[in-house]
Ligand binder design. Sequence first.
Ligand SMILES: NC(=O)c1ccc[n+]([C@@H]2O[C@H](COP(=O)([O-])OP(=O)(O)OC[C@H]3O[C@@H](n4cnc5c(N)ncnc54)[C@H](OP(=O)(O)O)[C@@H]3O)[C@@H](O)[C@H]2O)c1
Length: 511
Amino acid sequence: MDESRHPFLEGLSKHRGVPPTVAVIFGASGDLTARKLLPAIYNLGVDNLLPNEFHLIGFGRKPITDESFRDNMESAILEHSRRRIKGEIWQRVRANMTYNSSEYQDIDGYKALARKIDLLENKLGRKVQRIFYISTPPSVFEQIIESLGESGLAQANSNSPLASKVIIEKPFGRDLESANNLNNLINKVFQESQVFRIDHYLGKETVQDLLVQRFANAIFEPIWNREYIDCVQITVAEKLGVGNRGGYYDGSGALRDMVQNHTMQLVALTAMEPPLSLDPESIRDEKVKVIRSIQPLNLIGDNSDVVRAQYKEGLIDGEKARAYIDEDGIPKDSNTETYAALRLMINNWRWKGVPFYIRSGKRMALRTSEIVIRFKKPPGILFSGEKHFNVSDNTMVIHIQPNEGITLVMNSKVPGLETRMQPVKMHFSYATTFGSNTPEAYERLILDAMIGDSTLFIRGDETEASWKLLSPLLSFWEERGKEELKSYSAGSWGPSISDSLLAQKMHEWRN
Ligand SMILES: NC(=O)c1ccc[n+]([C@@H]2O[C@H](COP(=O)([O-])OP(=O)(O)OC[C@H]3O[C@@H](n4cnc5c(N)ncnc54)[C@H](OP(=O)(O)O)[C@@H]3O)[C@@H](O)[C@H]2O)c1
């Protein structure tokens, strides 16, 4: 492929050539469709990025009429779209939306769907691309994929540019075995090029910018290695608790919900080698390679690389916050972790000996996702000794969200007659430079799936590699029960033992 024309570089240029498309959303009566998917589709319409022939079919068990589906989605867009609803564009999208009600295991429901799409193609006088977006709870993923195969919907036009595509929401499996089973099933029904496993973090501008910062600037890559970097810290912290998703969360926990997917993707993009090109497979090859290079985790003893904890009551912004076990839908004896921290050691030439500390938790002190690159200190020849110059570490902080941007921390002389130093910051803010109304992750991801660009989606072997690393940990935690479960106060930065994880190598979390 001619790299200069690759969609990854083109960004959101107009008319990226999305073929005539029918998109089917399974689970379309749900939260994600209302909050993210429909607003994203509408905004693609505003940007003139939907094809003229674009039809949307909601699919689910509830008996919903076409008209009430349209009304519900209009309310959703009014509430959640980043841009105000514009009559003409919305009316065009709305007029082409319908709903099919069916049980997910009822093959007749899929046959009715196939007939509807056939009729549409006859009316248009041409074939269309079929996008199947699976946005149900994971318990029905397999059922839907099997039925897409059995009804013949999946294979439609499989060797043409109009090949049907399946987009699958997270979580992708609960452990290595279930992820492998899901991959095997998918590969029976679809070719890998038709499969788009979502991790919406990859749709975030700041996450995509990681590759640009690393590989389009000559100043970072030469120092991006064990010679100059002391440690890397990746934090994905939420202030919120489980809200009304307690039932789902308690069966999942922080490791499955955030670490296996979002946090590991940030590790992969931070640590991967330069890809051969911007071709999707070259980028994903490097991500898999680096995840496979992570050493198996030490689970026991003083050298343990892992911490798990659950929040107890505490204060968030001065307000009392309940303990996890007092949240709605959570059993009082729950053994689910709401916080996980790991120390990853990457066993390759670039990173040998550099710890990657990663943590994710709910009810933490701040909502923040950031990557912190902490550089080694300069040789202590000049600013050392009796005067206690207090040289701080140079640090690069990549703020994934909120306040997207990059901060570089360095030492500077405080003006005055004596030599005193102080860490100072150079800051680049996306909002200040580019404005704040940038596309949402789901806009980019849905558009990319429609044009068949899989760069920002997870390949089957990538999910397998990260589950291979984390599955033994899940089994260990399951075996040990509450023995391994620490606690932390809501509104804090997690349990104190996670500080010890870093202190062993003389490091500290950046809080
Ligand atoms: N919500 C988010 O913020 C978010 C963020 C990231 C990823 N995700 C992922 O996106 C997917 C959808 O999330 P969601 O929040 O929209 O889910 P949801 O609201 O719980 O469910 C979506 C729809 O699936 C159907 N459904 C629910 N439970 C079911 C069950 N046990 N068996 C069969 N069908 C069921 C329901 O539609 P019918 O009753 O009409 O069939 C429901 O409206 C999930 O895989 C989730 O993990 C969600």
